[in-house]
Design a protein around this ligand. Structure first.
Ligand code: HEM
Length: 121
């Protein structure tokens, strides 16, 4: 492996940490008060920044093709999750609770993004 390939894998690891923070925070709340946490914003931010860095074709092994449609879908889903986090935490502040539809959407869309990352080649 070249240095660039190793660096790309380090960024991928950071991307996965962001996913773990976002999804892990959501699962604790699934079995808790079902509230939106600040930690979810941080997880999304980490996954998003590392994802953007990975969206450029650098440090790839020879012959690896890039699926830009998939990356576009993931970016769109990430923006939707960010919007839901914003709406949900506003509702929490004004009405004391996050509507279940918003809470569930966060976990489902996060898992959906991880799913297409792994399954759609
Ligand atoms: C909640 C949001 C996201 C989640 C949960 C997520 C999850 C994942 C996971 C689990 C992987 C590892 C897949 C593998 O290596 O087989 C991955 C890889 C990757 N992600 Fe994300 N991701 C998210 C957002 C994004 C965004 C916004 C972008 C780019 C704009 C992005 C770009 C990539 C790229 C380029 C890879 C490298 C492997 C590949 O090309 O499939 N991700 N992501």
């Amino acid at each position: 492996m070249t240095g660039m390939e190793i660096l790309r894998h380090v960024v991928l690891l950071v991307h996965l940490v962001g996913f773990a923070v976002l999804f892990g925070a959501w699962v604790t709340q699934l079995f808790g008060q079902r509230r939106i946490m600040r930690l979810m914003d941080y997880g999304l931010l980490i996954a998003g920044l590392a994802g953007l860095a990975l969206a450029a074709p650098w440090g790839l092994a020879d012959g690896v093709e890039f699926n830009y449609v998939k990356i576009g879908v993931k970016l769109l889903v990430l923006l939707v999750i960010g919007a839901i986090l914003g709406m949900g935490s506003a509702r929490q502040r004004t009405q004391g609770a996050t509507p279940p539809a918003l809470f569930w959407s966060i976990g489902i869309l996060t898992l959906f993004n991880a799913g297409i990352a792994v399954i759609w080649r």
